[in-house]
Design a protein around this ligand. Sequence first.
Ligand code: UN1
Length: 508
Amino acid sequence: MNTEVLFARLNLAAFNPAAATGDGRWRDGQGRFVSENPATGEPLAGIGRATAADCAAALEMAVAAFPRWRAVPAPRRGLFVRELADELRRRRDDLGALVSLETGKIRAEGVGEIQEMIDIADFAVGLSRQLGGPTLPSERTEHRLMEQWHPLGVVGCVTAFNFPAAVWAWNAFLAAVCGDTVVWKPSPKAPLTAIAIQHLADRVARRHDAEGVFTLLLGDDPALAVALATDPRVALLSFTGSTAAGKRLAPLVAARMGRCLLECGGNNAAIVDESADLDLALPAIVFGAIGTAGQRCTTTRRLLVHAARMDEVAARLGHAYGQVKTGDPLAQDTLMGPLIDARAVENFLAAVAEARAAGGTLLHGGERLARPGHFVAPTLMRAENHWPVVQRETFAPILYLIPWDEFDQAIALNNAVPQGLASALFTRDLQRAERFLAAAGSDCGIANLNAGTSGAEIGGAFGGEKDTGGGREAGSDAWKAYMRRQTSAINRGNALPLAQGIVFELPR
Ligand code: UN1
């Protein structure tokens, strides 16, 4: 990979800016932070740090652009997103390589992430002609009720390093067709991806009078996210990241009666029962556990296996883990890249040590790899669900194997964590499948059957309950979070009947 050529193709200069006001202008900020290549530990580029003034400039652009953008008919807003998707299609492989370079996810996953942007763009374009509400029968004579969805305002979008492109697209493309403007604060661990995307967005924005619809703030100071959370001009704060950070930001938004859309941590389990087809389940489990080196919010962290099949599952997983090639994320045959940084490696080692101290048995991995960069071995451990380390989300490729005897117990274990994002059941038993999906089954936002916990497609609503934060993004009717609903009662008659049958007669 020739980084210089890639950077030149993606418009990434030696001196990268701190903020973009969405009209092609960039601001330098003050001071620099470094984007690092996690596969080597070497710096990729220095990026400007956005100051309070940069933050104010980006926000003011977004605020000023909103009434103009709101006035553009929704299907025409869709054309802006469509053209941006065309740019993404043309640059899919380059952008995918940049995602791999910056986050360490393997190339197939990097390219897949750009594909996910293209998919949500297509979805948003279709949606731009369907942002309707129902007309409802009124209880009053010669009346009808009507719902409309109106643009909401400025959306603050705070994203995490692990999906540095797709999660912005889920938010930004829906918000844009809904008539909103978006201020993006990406993770300081993946700023180059954001800069490259902003360049494309700026170019397309010029052709669509959409300057200021997408603005960008870069920096490694949590004050930037706090500024978006506290500013009353930010109608919706969409936050993707840790539960701890979400719990800090959400009250700030609530205190000013703003809206929050939270996608916080997951602690996802896959259940394997006596009847499960392991040829189907194992690849799903391995991809779920080690994809993005275990740094997806949908990563399979707990494998709940019927006790009678535990030895077989452990042996086959151990064999599969032995085949996983860990290394350069851009190399063709690599299946697992590095963790994002040195701190992530520390967290991985601490979790393995804690699980061992609690009585856990290491079946595979458990160690850091002796080579430059932040590599660890994919790890399998026997563990118990109630251990504090198992209850936590450690963003690393550790899969805890936990046995069960009765199916009720499997469901209870699935649900017995603070988080509620994704879950999966591998079974051939129809009744169990239905029980897993019923109200008393999985308590997660995502409950898959004979498919893994990670790798959701954009067509469904994405998000989860409990400590995951309750938000829903991407497909289905998630767009409603980006609009405000207005209900109208319309009287076509000459009388004024009141609802609830109230009689209210003024004296003549
Ligand atoms: C995330 O990890 O924040 O379902 C998003 C998946 C991806 C998205 C993950 N489509 O694994």
